[in-house]
Design a protein around this ligand. Structure first.
Ligand code: GLV
Ligand code: MN
Ligand code: MN
Length: 417
């Protein structure tokens, strides 16, 4: 059934129901004040099970693809048309917040429930999705499963991503029962919309309700490996040392220096992870790996920063007498979003009477990969002080509701086309 335009225009989500869903999610994998729900962990399995149950309760047909992406489909009046896809991720960082990607997945679920309450069937089908391993916290790099869906990464390469304990992404999918049967990708959605907390301070500082995401900072990431030689920390001469840990540590500091050199233009450079082996007292390490990334609004500057990092890799290796190899590279961001979709988000926020502004995203998002295959846009909601990837991440229901209502109306506008 199609609703009259006026009853549809007045549709709003049920805030209390949405909040209780967020709270139920926050009880799965609880850690300090937030969440530690690393991808494909037991806690991730538990929230997946809960999500599948919620989808069933909302009348969605659930399917799970080979990399564990979970889709819930609401049929359209013209069900053969390409679906409008909405979602984000339910996995978190090790000291993550309860809102991060969760608002985007559970906001999409709330949207479906709202349409069910209204009895409105859109022309196109609507699908909601939870992407596997957005965070890249347990298996590097981030967003591999949305990237696989978009044809950027090979399925078997994704399966081979390995955690610290030797577990592989593919093995963990099987272990928790989420290696689905449905081939990954191959379907081009009509469009993709992702709601997310801003993960930055602008909306909160300016007391604005909605962020219209125009584009993403260009980001270049690398996984770097150093190889040296073990030796005794006492007798072994300084001149002969080849500590991979020292090479890695030099790179970590050099990357931070690059970030400071570009800080005046909003550049960011991070080396958030350094591993070494054997990494024990009394012995020099023969092996180290560093994950690093640079981000800047201007793709040219981001490219210059990435070149500086690449040079720093060689310099760090040379100073420590080690060899080096860049094992993986990834990049995303730029002016990738669809202008008409961005305008739809902006117009929807305005027509609902919400205060809003254009913003750039500085974090990685699954939307960046979806933008490679279909018209895509993002909606941001405020989060307190921009604090995120921290258990202190915070937002009130009143701060989240406008974003979910924009998602509702923008998605319906698109799905009724
Ligand atoms: C992923 O979310 C990132 O921003 O690295
Ligand atoms: Mn996220
Ligand atoms: Mn995150």
């Amino acid at each position: 059934m199609a609703l009259s335009p006026s009853s549809l225009a007045n549709a709003r989500i049920d805030g209390r129901r949405f909040w209780s869903t967020i709270e139920r999610s926050a009880a799965i994998g609880t850690w300090r004040h937030g969440l530690n729900r690393l991808t494909l962990s037991d806690a991730d399995k538990a929230i997946r099970d809960q999500f599948v149950e919620w989808c069933g309760g909302a009348g969605l047909a659930v399917r799970i693809d080979e990399v564990g992406n979970i889709f819930g489909r609401r049929a359209g009046r013209d069900d053969h048309l390409a679906p409008v896809l909405l979602g984000s991720h339910l996995d978190t960082q090790a000291n993550g917040g309860r809102f991060d990607g969760i608002v985007g997945v559970l906001g999409a679920l709330e949207l479906v429930r709202t349409l069910n309450d209204l009895g409105h069937v859109t022309r196109r089908p609507i699908e909601i999705v939870n992407w596997t391993n957005e965070e890249g916290a347990r298996f590097s790099p981030p967003m591999v499963a949305s990237g696989c869906f978009a044809g950027v990464y090979e399925r078997d390469w994704v399966y081979g991503r390995t955690a610290d304990d030797g577990a592989t992404l593919g093995g963990e999918l099987v272990r928790i029962g989420y290696r689905g049967e449905v081939p990954v990708g191959g379907v081009v959605p009509d469009s993709y919309l992702e709601l997310h907390i801003e993960q930055g301070p602008i909306l909160d500082a300016e007391r604005l309700q909605v962020g219209v995401v125009t584009h993403g900072y260009t980001s270049h990431g690398m996984l770097v490996e150093f190889r040296g030689e073990t030796a005794h920390t006492g007798p072994w001469p300084m001149q002969s040392r080849r500590s991979a840990l020292v090479a890695g540590a030099r790179l970590v500091a050099a990357v931070d220096d690059i970030g400071w050199d570009f800080a005046h233009v909003g550049g960011k450079a991070s080396a958030p992870r350094l591993q070494a082996w054997p990494n024990r007292a009394g012995i020099l390490s023969e092996w180290a790996q560093v994950v690093c990334d640079v981000r800047q609004d201007d793709p040219v500057i981001a490219g210059i920063m990435a070149e500086r990092v690449q040079r720093a890799v060689g310099e760090a290796a040379a100073r420590a007498g080690c060899t080096c190899e860049i094992l993986d590279r990834w990049n995303w961001g730029g002016r990738i979003f669809d202008e008409a979709m961005v305008e739809l988000v902006r117009d929807t926020a305005a027509s609902l009477g919400y205060s809003h502004r254009d913003v750039a995203s500085q974090a990685g998002h699954d939307a960046y990969f979806l933008a490679r295959i279909c018209p895509t846009a993002m909606i941001f909601t405020p989060c307190r002080g921009g604090i995120t990837h921290n258990d202190g991440e915070d937002a009130t229901l009143d701060e989240l509701i406008p974003g979910v209502n924009v998602l509702l109306h923008a998605a319906v506008a698109r799905a009724d086309r």
